[in-house]
Design a binder for this molecule. Sequence first.
Ligand SMILES: [Zn+2]
Length: 344
Amino acid sequence: MERYLRQIVFSGLGRIGQQKLLESTVAIVGLGALGSVAANLLCRAGVGHIRLIDRDYVEKTNLQRQILYNENDAEQHCLKAVAAFNHLSKINSEIVLEPVVAELNAVNIEQIFENVNLVLDGLDNWETRFLMNEFCRQVGIPWIYCAALGSEAMSMNLLPDEKYPCLRCFLSPESGSAAGQSCATVGILNMATGMIAAVQVAEAVKILTESTAEIRNGLFVADLWNNRFKTIPIEKDSDCPVCVHRRYEFLRRSGGFRVTRICGSNSIQISPPNPVQISLETMAKQLAKNTDTNNQTKIEVSPFMLNFDNGRNRFQIFQDGRAIIENAGDEMEALSLYSEYVGL
Ligand SMILES: [Zn+2]
């Protein structure tokens, strides 16, 4: 308990609050700018069990705002979940940290969110947020939405209570992605992501410790460049497909290969329709055999990831059959590269 003394003396938490934090399990989905701040704060605050979920690896352009990582992680293309685990383990070795290298989907969400008391959103895509919204509502897990772009950031508590709205009450899948803006086109300030992740964690700590303090109701929006801070009241939609009619379209969705552009990079990710287990060692040998006439080819294999470069495209291939392909012209080309090198 000694390491937490400075927050135990804070009257809002005390020893009882600290004990509740130590007994809590939190899942952080996405370990980019938001998730790396949230993970750092939760780890130091002594949340007893933190599940660190991310599909991606560290790149140099991440370092401006993803405060858990360093140049070494970027040079070695470390997986974010693994790099976060390594760094956080040195900060607090007395809690359980669990790296999960995966993309959250309708098939694995139940397993990944097993025994979780609260979920923090560190995502960069709407589809996974809507999936999370449906699952958390269905099983009754509170989650905290968080997003940032440019100098603006927002967060909202989404509590699994009949009287509160869910994400779908005020955002539809169409409106979520229609803006067409991303951190690659509009940019993003590390002050905005750092501040909003701290706001998100403060609410998380209040919820986990069942605090008598006010838990925010409504959408908190901040613009650090223009000094604007407000909380927008959000009404529950009496016709909401998710929290009123209990129709879970994202949870039911499965089927073909999923192709997604990775925010802020020149990469496209291909995910197989169902999780598979592939042997990266075997695949590396196969690739070496099939491409041995091309001396530009480079293959590296680690327990989590296979790195393959055909001279034009770099491939990161994971055990679950996912691949991130750099420099593919478009989604169709990425799929055909996947089919050529990974196999359908
Ligand atoms: Zn709703």
